[in-house]
Write a protein that binds this ligand. Structure first.
Ligand SMILES: Nc1ncnc2c1ncn2[C@@H]1O[C@H](COP(=O)(O)OP(=O)(O)OP(=O)(O)O)[C@@H](O)[C@H]1O
Length: 375
């Protein structure tokens, strides 16, 4: 499995003046001042020629390989199937824009390779794989996600999205928020991955469609997305994030088959239990009784608010962060009243047809953060 170490990654540019040594670069992911361009040869060497044994994942846009570079550090290499038809320089300039977007809860770019038809992105390798792997995948039996870790993953992912929506330059709609894109480092800190990839794939809709219809995206798409011709909004990110909150609290998948064999959205499953105050039954059984009741209730309520059918009724990430922290107690009480006790808020619409997420909401909207509505 161990690939040969490549000779050296070439230093491309140094932001902010002072040149840092590679050691400094690697010791502080969040404030790394160097970025790198990798040659195809180096990446082949790092991944044992994109060997099948090195493959750690596959998404609609390409395959991800584990690799090791000249200094022994580990990388995740995403080889894109179908990057935008542009020159190497155009691709490089888009990647460099994304490379400047840094936050402790975003997956760090280490570099890229644009060589002939090859377009490859290089990221820090996350030792604990993805949230998906721990909740539903190969690591789920190990039960490594205790309540503290789940709460920290929720908050870390919320902070990453808030940063992308409000503070990054340019502001970015993630567009593919889901458990496979929440990567976990050796301390189980969340790093949102795959942000900004819409800038690198063709605008013709094919790849956006591929992402939307991929198995790993199932259950995360906001109901309004279908009408948006592949251009998600901040509200879509909020919806997908809400699904992640419900997953973290309950351990359920975004969509599961019910006893009768019908697909049941996680929101439709959680909502009636929350209405009856049966939060203990919502809680992932793997947690046993080792969770904070008030925090779980908060996570569920915020998750329900984020997954309202009507985008204008969802909170923004700016509102979500203090809500999750427990800082907006009054808003949470209001939200609970609106979400759970609104007379019109049923799991089936008045026509008797389930809505895309299995519920309808008619509670009055929260006060909106203008900058983000429809961003
Ligand atoms: N930096 C990383 N460190 C460790 N594992 C990673 C890293 N990036 C991706 N992976 C693994 O590879 C898997 C596939 O990632 P990838 O982003 O290609 O697919 P996806 O999330 O299913 O789809 P999409 O391309 O729409 O995001 C992830 O779920 C994760 O297990």
């Amino acid at each position: 499995m161990h690939p040969k170490l490549p000779r050296a990654a070439r230093r491309l540019l140094c932001c902010g003046g002072a040149a840092a040594s590679p050691e400094e670069d690697l010791s502080d992911e969040g404030r790394r001042s160097l970025r790198w361009v990798f040659s195809l040869r180096e990446l082949r060497s790092a991944t044992n020629s994109f060997n099948y044994d090195n493959k750690i994942g596959e998404g609609p846009l390409g395959s991800v390989y584990w690799g090791q570079v000249w200094d022994g550090s580990q990388i995740a290499v995403k080889r894109l199937n179908n990057a935008k038809n542009g020159t190497e320089a155009e691709f490089a300039s888009e990647v460099e824009i994304l490379g400047r977007i840094r936050h402790k809860n975003l997956l760090s770019f280490r570099g890229y390779c644009a060589d002939g038809p090859e377009r490859v992105l290089v990221y820090d390798f996350m030792a604990n794989s993805s949230l998906y792997a721990h909740l539903h995948g190969p690591h789920s039996a190990e039960c490594l996600l205790d309540w503290r870790r789940r709460a920290s993953i929720a908050m870390g992912t919320a902070r990453a999205l808030l940063y992308l929506h409000r503070h990054a330059t340019p502001k970015i709609i993630h567009g593919s928020v889901k458990a496979t894109n929440v990567l976990l480092d050796s301390d189980f800190r969340a790093h949102a991955g795959d942000f900004g990839l819409a800038r690198l794939i063709p605008d013709d809709g094919t790849d956006h469609e591929k992402i939307a219809s991929s198995e790993s995206q199932r259950g995360y798409l906001a109901p309004e997305y279908a009408a948006m011709s592949g251009k998600p909004t901040a509200g879509c990110d909020v919806y997908s994030f809400g699904i992640i909150l419900l997953e973290l609290a309950s351990g359920r998948r975004p969509v599961e088959k019910s006893g009768s064999g019908k697909a049941c959205g996680i929101r439709s499953w959680v909502l009636p239990l929350a209405r009856q105050g049966r939060y203990d039954e919502i809680a992932d059984s793997k947690l046993g009784d080792k969770f904070s009741g008030p925090e779980l209730r908060r996570m569920v309520l915020v998750g329900l608010a984020c997954t309202r059918s009507e985008p204008e009724k969802r909170p923004t990430m700016l509102q979500v962060v203090p809500l999750l922290k427990g800082e907006s107690k009054e808003t949470l009480v209001k939200l609970e009243r609106e979400e759970l006790f609104s007379p019109d808020s049923t799991t089936v619409s008045s026509q008797g047809t389930p809505t895309p997420d299995g519920s309808t909401d008619s509670a009055p909207p929260l006060k909106k953060d203008k900058e983000l509505v429809g961003a």
